[in-house]
Design a protein around this ligand. Structure first.
Ligand code: NDP
Length: 365
């Protein structure tokens, strides 16, 4: 608590000094101890593939560091403790997780569990007084999202969703061009993300843990991209489902195509699949176009516009994402990838399934 108070006091005094035009009077001593005090501690919950990637990229962050873990697999306690120098006191399991409330080393909990567990572990983090990042998709329905947002508000902690693409320079350029209407109004967006899923026994193919299939897992990137490239919310959705392997995909969706209409007249045509590889974004505007190849992957995003290549350096989008949230906490700002952002996407996911079930367009207004 003392450390958090120090960070709050420090950020408010910097803010006041900057507003008063007296920022040079603040001397920032760059000692390691001070850097550490200004760096927030993360605890990852669920040490699977993606948590492993997040933790290794956290090393590039300036404003945060790994401080703890929550795991149900005792063997991982030892490997993570050794790799990241985590003291025993900062290692938790799913049963004693709530006692993280008493741990001042941990400021932010990052929930990287199967989708159906997101709500419970976000609410428990909030009730323990910890700020939270939750992986996508935020939850299984909008009701769960609303409960997560309320729990964070009631406990005065911040909530963010792991939408890393919004921290990638190529996506940021697409957002800038689209939302500023630099090439005129957006007319048509094509956003597609699918991959061939392997192991038939994994949680992603079990409805109880995943909530849905390809749409929940990677289709959500396309909804996000269409929303942030236009800066608009869809007003109606039509969707169609295709299943070629009803045995493997007996619980969740395999391939879904959907179309979203926006109030401005823009249309997004999207697809997602667990049986085909595709990964791209395209926006046609009145006066040109933008495109990202390998749009939503872990690297290699290539941006082009009708005027030429987007010259954007490869950055570490994970470090940028976690740094941004740490600064949001320190500066008492809302995350640009807030819980409400997650809820907006889940609302569209729900509408897509409803449109498939009813074979009719679903209005979102
Ligand atoms: P993994 O299966 O690799 O890891 C999930 C971890 O959750 C497990 O290793 C385990 O950790 C824990 N867990 C607890 N209960 C269960 C259970 N019943 N079944 C399976 N695992 C359980 O999944 P991912 O890391 O790929 O995905 C986790 C989350 O991250 C998902 O919500 C996914 O959508 C999201 N994700 C986001 C990405 C992005 O780019 N933003 C990319 C990939 C995933 P332990 O052994 O420590 O208990």
């Amino acid at each position: 608590m003392q450390r958090r108070r120090f960070i709050r006091q420090l950020s408010s005094s910097i803010g006041a000094a900057a507003l008063a035009g007296s920022a040079p009077a603040i001397i920032v001593r760059n000692t390691l101890a001070q850097t550490r005090r200004n760096s927030l501690g993360f605890a990852f919950v669920g040490l699977g593939n993606y948590a492993t990637r997040l933790a290794s990229n956290l090393a590039d962050a300036e404003h945060c560091h790994i401080a703890g873990v929550v795991t149900g697999t005792p063997a991982k306690e030892k490997t993570w403790a050794e790799q990241y120098n985590i003291p025993d006191a900062n290692i938790y399991n799913y049963e004693n997780y709530d006692s993280i409330a008493n741990n001042d080393d941990i400021d932010i909990v990052y929930v990287v569990l199967p989708n159906s567990m997101h709500m419970e572990y976000v609410i428990r983090a909030a009730e323990a007084g910890k700020h939270v990042i939750c992986e996508k998709p935020m939850a299984l329905n909008t009701d769960q999202c609303a409960r997560m947002i309320a729990a964070c508000e009631n406990n005065n902690v911040k909530l963010s969703i792991g939408y890393r693409c919004q921290f990638h320079p190529v996506h940021q350029e697409i957002i800038r061009i689209g939302q500023n209407k630099e090439m005129g109004a957006t007319k048509v967006i094509q956003a597609d993300f699918g991959f061939r899923i392997g192991n038939p026994n994994q949680w992603r193919l079990k409805k109880e843990l995943a909530g849905g299939g390809a749409l929940y897992d990677v289709g959500v990137y396309c909804i996000q991209a269409a929303r942030y490239a236009t800066g608009e919310e869809p007003v109606s959705v039509s969707a169609q489902e295709i299943k070629t392997d009803p045995v493997k995909f007996n619980e969740v969706d395999e391939t879904i195509l959907w179309q979203m209409k926006f109030a401005s007249g823009a249309i997004a045509s999207c697809s997602t699949s667990y049986s085909s590889n595709f990964n791209r974004f395209y926006a046609a505007m009145e006066g040109g176009w933008t495109r990202i190849d390998s749009a939503y992957g872990y690297g290699g995003q290539t941006g082009t516009t009708s005027k030429g290549a987007i010259e954007a350096p490869e950055n570490n989008m994970w470090a940028a994402q976690m740094d941004d949230f740490s600064l949001c906490v320190q500066e008492d700002r809302k995350s640009r990838v807030s819980g409400e952002e997650g809820l907006h996407d889940v609302r569209v996911l729900d509408a897509i399934y409803e449109s498939i079930a009813t074979e009719k367009p679903v209005d979102l207004i």
